[in-house]
Write a protein that binds this ligand. Structure first.
Ligand SMILES: Cc1cc2nc3c(=O)[nH]c(=O)nc-3n(C[C@H](O)[C@H](O)[C@H](O)COP(=O)(O)OP(=O)(O)OC[C@H]3O[C@@H](n4cnc5c(N)ncnc54)[C@H](O)[C@@H]3O)c2cc1C
Length: 385
């Protein structure tokens, strides 16, 4: 299919594919097995200017938008979703800063992120606040010259590896979500430590940790935007970032499709390659249709985000829900096509099936996002009445 990417977009996508195939492919199984954070790959991505893609030009970035980010994430996830997640969450970690930060904050942090010198993370989830993100309990009490943070964040991607954290905390705990604010916390700030590193089903080389704040003082200038607007900022951020999760899902589905086609061409049963069997052809054709439909929706959603359109919740949620359901189905079918070999850990589709699952869960579970889509449908119906 032709998506009419610009020459620059094609170059970015091509470069991401090259890094993925040359640097990630040879080590992906090892990374999955060791569950070690892919620092060497982060360096390769930095050398290829991949962290500059989503940062504005005035802060030493390439000034790309959601689509450029999606193209990189898709290519990385085609080979390894753990790397794609570790990369993509940097954009999540600095979107709030890019959108609501002061000039001084942007100058302080964005050039280092663009150069890949410092990684970023975003923390809203807590033990009591998963789908109900408004139920956060972490507090940021106002004191002379700054804020004192107390609380625990859970399941934070790049936790322990990133140096810059955008943390949602209650600056006014009497107002619940309306008292939430986004605060930048740097690694090594006294009172900020990390809890256990999670052992996960998939994206195992990505780091997922608890963040623990105990009387952690951060200066006043680390507040991003106005106090009390943190929750709204976070919801807007997710509207813009969800096509990126769609791209991660799309990439893993594409990788699984390619692996399944290769296998089906090579595997001989009953004296012929199994790709000659109509049943196998049928499954492969359906996988290809699903992957292409996911790509069309993800790219369309990313372009919608980049257009500056205001009402993006629905389209953005659709791209994430659809692509992640496709990823789960296509990777499962890929294992089926590859039979017993597909079930083995030394064959890539087994990892892809495990890696696909998270895309249905994070940045809003698919149930929560279907709720959000239904709410938009009801609003639209109400407007036409
Ligand atoms: C590997 C990993 C990385 C993550 N990275 C980050 C990160 O970097 N930063 C961050 O802040 N968070 C992160 N998260 C958290 C993630 O966003 C949450 O796990 C997710 O939002 C779901 O919350 P939960 O796990 O508490 O599930 P719950 O909210 O407890 O949901 C459990 C089940 O109930 C369903 N459910 C709940 N409420 C409703 C409802 N109203 N309607 C219908 N169904 C409902 C859900 O769909 C789900 O099936 C990460 C999680 C994982 C697993």
């Amino acid at each position: 299919m032709e998506y009419f990417l610009s020459e620059e977009q094609k170059t970015i996508k091509g470069l991401a594919r090259r890094v993925a195939e040359e640097r990630i492919l040879p080590v992906r199984a090892e990374l999955d097995e060791s569950e070690e954070f892919p620092w060497a790959i982060m360096k390769d991505l930095a050398d290829a200017d991949m962290f500059r893609v989503f940062v504005p030009e005035e802060y030493e970035g390439l000034g790309g938008g959601c689509l450029e980010l999606c193209l990189v994430v898709e290519e990385l996830a085609r080979v390894c979703s753990a790397v794609a997640a570790s990369y993509a969450v940097n954009a999540l970690g600095c979107f709030t800063l890019m959108e609501y930060g002061t000039e001084e904050q942007k100058r302080k942090y964005l050039p280092d992120i663009a150069a890949g010198k410092r990684l970023a993370a975003f923390a809203i989830t807590e033990p009591t606040a998963g789908s109900d993100a408004s139920n956060i309990k972490t507090t940021a009490e106002k004191v002379e010259g700054g804020y004192v943070l107390n609380g625990t964040k859970q399941f934070i991607t790049n936790g322990g590896e990133a140096e810059i954290y955008t943390v949602m905390a209650l600056t006014d705990k009497t107002r619940g979500a309306r008292g939430a604010s986004a605060i930048l916390v740097e690694k090594d700030t006294p009172g900020f430590t990390f809890g256990k590193k999670e052992k996960k089903m998939g994206i195992r080389a990505s780091a997922t940790r608890e963040l623990i704040f105990r009387n952690c003082f951060v200066p006043e200038e680390n507040l991003i935007g106005k106090p009390g607007l943190g929750f709204i900022q976070a919801m807007r951020l997710f509207d813009k970032s969800r096509p990126g999760i769609g791209a991660q899902a799309l990439g893993v589905a594409q990788g699984a499709l390619e692996a399944a086609v290769d296998y089906a061409q090579q595997r001989i049963q009953f004296g012929q390659p199994i790709i000659s069997l109509p049943v196998v052809q049928d499954i492969l054709a359906e996988m290809a249709i699903q992957v292409e439909a996911a790509r069309a929706l993800v790219y369309a959603a990313a372009r919608m985000v980049d257009s500056g359109a205001k009402k993006i919740t629905e389209g953005s949620a659709m791209s994430k829900v659809f692509a992640s359901d496709v990823a789960m189905k296509v990777t499962t079918d890929a294992v089926q096509i590859c039979g017993g070999t597909g079930y083995m850990r030394d064959f890539p589709v087994e990892k892809m099936m495990r890696d696909a699952k998270i895309t249905q869960i994070y940045e809003g579970t698919n149930q929560i996002l279907r709720n959000a889509i239904a709410i938009e449908l009801r609003k639209r119906k109400a407007r036409t009445e």
